[in-house]
Design a protein around this ligand. Sequence first.
Ligand code: GDP
Ligand code: GDP
Length: 437
Amino acid sequence: MLPLVALVGRPNVGKSTLFNALTRSRDALVHDQPGVTRDRHYGVCRLDPERPFLLVDTGGIAGEEEGLAGATARQARAAAAEADLILFVVDGRDGASALDDEILAWLRKLARPTLLVINKIDGTFEEAVRAEFARYGFADMLAVSAAHRQGLDDLHAEVLERLPEEGSAEALDNDPNRLRIAFVGRPNVGKSTLVNRLLGEERMIASEVPGTTRDSIAVDLERDGRLYRLIDTAGIRRRGRIEEAVEKFSVVKTMQSIEHCQVAVLMLDATEGVTDQDATVLGAVLDAGRALVVAVNKWDGLSTYQREQAEAMLERKLGFVPWAEVVRISALHGSGLRELFRAIHRAHASATRTFSTSEVNKALEIAAETNPPPSIRGHVSKLRYVHPGGENPPTFVIHGTRLKVLPDSYKRYLENFFRKRFKLVGTPVRMLFREGA
Ligand code: GDP
Ligand code: GDP
C-alpha cells in the first residue's frame, strides 16, 4: 500500500506550509474545484508520479486539544506511530526549544525511522543552525525553507530513499483481468452491507456498530461473467463519534484504497445527505484522478418528499462534478446494483479510452473556432495543437503560445468540449498546457 510519512513538530514550525508544498497538485484546475473540501491533515505527495506517498500532518503535537480538533489530532498522532518515516520538523530561526526536546523524547519512544528537517532556513546562518540541532543526534539533517520552496527537491529525494519500494501494491494490482473497485465513504453509509450482498455470503460482517468492518485488504468477485477485485476500506469516521482504537487508521486506509482502485464508488447515505466528510473523500478521489461513480444508498426507506429533498441536495452538492454518474441504490434490498455496475463500466471505459492525434486536434480546432480564446488586455493565447497525454484519467496536452493569459474559464470550456465530444463520463479529465511549439 501507499507508504506513510508523518510530519511531526511543535506548532508554528511550518508543518502545514511544508504539507501544502509537498501535496499540492500541479494541476490547479483539478485541485481548486469549488465544493471540494480537503482534509488538511492528509494528502498524497505526487512530486514523483511513479512513487506517491501519503503525507500526514500531525498538527500541533502538544496534545491538550479538545473535541473534534483533539480527536483529529489524536488520529494523526496514531498514524505517526505507524508511519514508514517521520519528518521531525523544527524551526531554524527559533532554534531548539523545550517543546522540541519533549517531542524528541516522544519520538525516541516511537522508534520509527526519523529524519530531522530544519525549516525556515532562509535568512539564517545555516552552519550555526545545524550545529545547534546537532545535539539531537540525528545522522541526517536537512535544512529547508518550505515557504520559499528551498531544499524541497533534496528533501523529497531523501524521503523516497527511505521509503519501502511498493511491494504489496503489486499483489493488489497483479490481475489485469480484474477491475479494481473501491467502495469509499463514511462509516454507516452501507459499504459492508453492499459488499456482503455482492459476495452473497457473510464474508464481511455488516453491523450497526461503526468501524466493525473486518480488516481485509481486498476480496475478489465474479458477477455476470466479469471479474472484480473489491478494495476494502473501513471508511472515514463520522465526526464526533471518534473512537481511537477502532478508527485510528481509517483515513489512511481510505486514501490507500482510492490509490489502488481503478474506479472509486463514493457511497452516500440518502437519509443524511452530503457531509463535509463525503466532500473530503470526493476531494481525494479527484486528486488521485480516479474514475468515479456516486452511489446514493438507503434509497429504499424514503418517502416521495424525502426523495425530492435528496435529489435537490445531490444537485446542489454535486453540481460541480456534473460528469459523475449518480446511481440510487439499496444495498439492503439489492436494488439499483445492475445500474451501478453499468455506471462503473462506463466510467472505466471513459477513463481508459485511447485517442488518436488527429481526432483530438480536430476537436481542438472546432472548439477554438466555435469559441476563440478571449483577448486579455490586448493579449490573446494561441492554441497550436494537442496530443493525447495518457489515460486514467484521460489527459490532453495542449501546446500554444501566450498561454499565461488563457483564463481558467476557457480551460474549463475546453475540458467540457472534449468531454462532450468524446462522451467521457465518470472520469476526471486533465487538460495540460505547454508553452511553445
Ligand atoms: P505549523 O503550525 O507547523 O503547521 O506551521 P505553519 O505552516 O502554519 O507556519 C507557521 C508560520 O511560519 C507561518 O506564518 C508561515 O508562513 C511561516 N513559515 C513556514 N515556513 C517558512 C519558511 O520556510 N520560512 C519562513 N521565513 N517562514 C516560514
Ligand atoms: P458501513 O459502515 O459503511 O460498512 O455501513 P454498514 O454496511 O455497516 O451499514 C450501516 C447500517 O446501515 C446498517 O444498520 C445497515 O443495515 C444499514 N443499511 C445499509 N444499507 C442499507 C440500505 O440500502 N437501506 C437501509 N434502509 N439501510 C441500510
